[in-house]
Design a protein around this ligand. Structure first.
Ligand SMILES: [Ca+2]
Length: 416
């Protein structure tokens, strides 16, 4: 199970060079996980329902027009050249590759969802609004199901926390935001999506050919038929919606059966997310975000806006950042300043600031958006707070005397 690290950081390092975090996140920034900048979160949420339309007669003409002429990918010279290269580089028998790829099919929906909307006009890009983003992602479903996810996987999550130091609630929150704890992992055959994006809709073929190679290597290593795995229209897989290069490099066996299955196995999904965060700098014992007072001038003066913890807590304090809520971190700790602008319905505007730690930066390697990483961090806090509230309700000693009330939500539920 050697990690083919050459495959991994390429897409990531390209994405790191792509400019300011949040602007890049709005375009199709190829972070290791191809999800969920706000726009695409929406698109992928619609995808499963829209799949049924594939067979609709109204779409037939359009489908026929855009579908490639040679249906069997294994008969196409461009594909055969590519497979020969993959066979050599990944040390996979060419016959296996040809046989497997023969069952791939062009996916018109993958092409459709990957095509930028013609009316996506830069001038009309809405202002960044964390209030809206947070409202869409930090739903009651994600909080309540997060409590269940943690309870269901407590032994695994505790072990990961002990061994890797990664906060169990953050692991749950990443999975909650990426796939609603497995409810929304995508229904596209990954091989179809990646073949389509590598050979027929080739706007980002270089990127997808690397993902496809990693996917083929993963299936070969795991002994899986390439048609067995389903994912998003862009090939993101499983509970944590890993792109194949990340799955191959950071995927981790969480239940000890010798396989990495992040679609069916929650322990593997959790272990893989924790491992990804650790490998990208997660720091044991620190929260991702600490609230602070700052302003646009300080943000600029400290050269803030990237995804790395590029400065220190001490330097931020010296530049005028003030801790809110009485937290204290060592001056020498690596840090970054995080801005979250918001707009309310009555057009009231503001910006919340936070000191981010290397753990925040680790989440940013998952998705380059401050909004995304902050939503993960805040969802983790909400799940933790809900657990505490449930615990408190269960323990009568900690509760002010209210003898007529049911003790716990479960008690209330079972009566109805
Ligand atoms: Ca496993």
């Amino acid at each position: 199970m050697s990690l083919r690290s050459t495959l991994v950081p390429l897409a990531l390092s390209v994405s790191l060079l792509a400019g300011p975090v949040l602007q890049a996140a709005e375009s199709a920034a190829p972070a290791p996980v191809e999800k969920p900048a706000p726009a695409r979160e929406k698109a992928s949420a619609q995808a499963p329902a829209a799949q049924n339309k594939e067979a609709a007669p109204a779409k037939a003409a359009e489908k026929a027009k855009s579908a490639p002429r040679v249906k069997n990918y294994a008969l196409r010279p461009d594909v055969l050249d590519y497979l020969a290269k993959v066979s050599k580089e990944e040390k996979i028998p060419l016959d296996w590759l040809k046989k497997e790829v023969a069952s791939a099919r062009y996916s018109p929906l993958t092409q459709k969802y990957s095509t930028p909307k013609p009316n996506a006009n830069r001038k009309t890009t809405p202002e960044r609004n964390f209030a809206l983003y947070k409202r869409n992602l930090l739903t009651e479903e994600r909080i309540a199901d997060g409590v269940d996810f943690v309870a269901r996987n407590l032994a695994t999550l505790e072990r990961l926390e002990k061994d890797l130091g990664v906060d169990r609630h953050v692991v749950a929150a990443v999975i909650g935001i990426e796939s609603i704890y497995g409810k929304n992992m995508g229904r596209f055959r990954v091989i179809d999506a990646l073949m389509t994006l590598s050979f027929d809709y080739t706007r980002r073929a270089t990127y997808y050919k690397k993902e496809l190679a990693a996917y083929l290597a993963y299936c070969h290593r795991e002994g899986l038929p390439v048609t067995a795995v389903r994912g998003s229209f862009a090939g993101a897989i499983g509970l944590g919606q890993f792109m194949p290069t990340s799955l191959f490099a950071y995927g981790k066996d969480g239940n000890g059966d010798g396989h990495v299955d992040i679609v069916e196995c929650e322990a593997d999904g959790a272990a893989s997310v924790a491992n990804f965060l650790l490998e990208h700098g997660w720091k044991r014992g620190e929260k991702p975000l600490y609230p602070a007072e700052a302003n646009a001038r300080i943000f600029k003066a400290t050269a803030s806006g990237g995804i790395k913890a590029h400065t220190t807590v001490g330097a931020l304090l010296k530049a005028g950042v003030k801790p809110k809520g009485g937290w204290k971190l060592p001056d020498g700790d690596a840090a970054l300043l995080v801005d979250l602008p918001w707009i309310l319905a009555d057009d009231k505007k503001g910006v919340d600031y936070f000191v981010g730690t290397p753990s925040f930066s680790a989440i940013l390697h998952y998705n380059r958006s401050y909004f995304y990483a902050a939503a993960v961090s805040m969802l983790a806090d909400e799940i933790r707070a809900r657990e505490a509230a449930i615990e408190k309700a269960r323990d009568p000693a900690q509760k002010p005397a209210e003898p007529a009330q049911p003790k716990a939500p479960e008690a209330a539920k079972s009566r109805s």
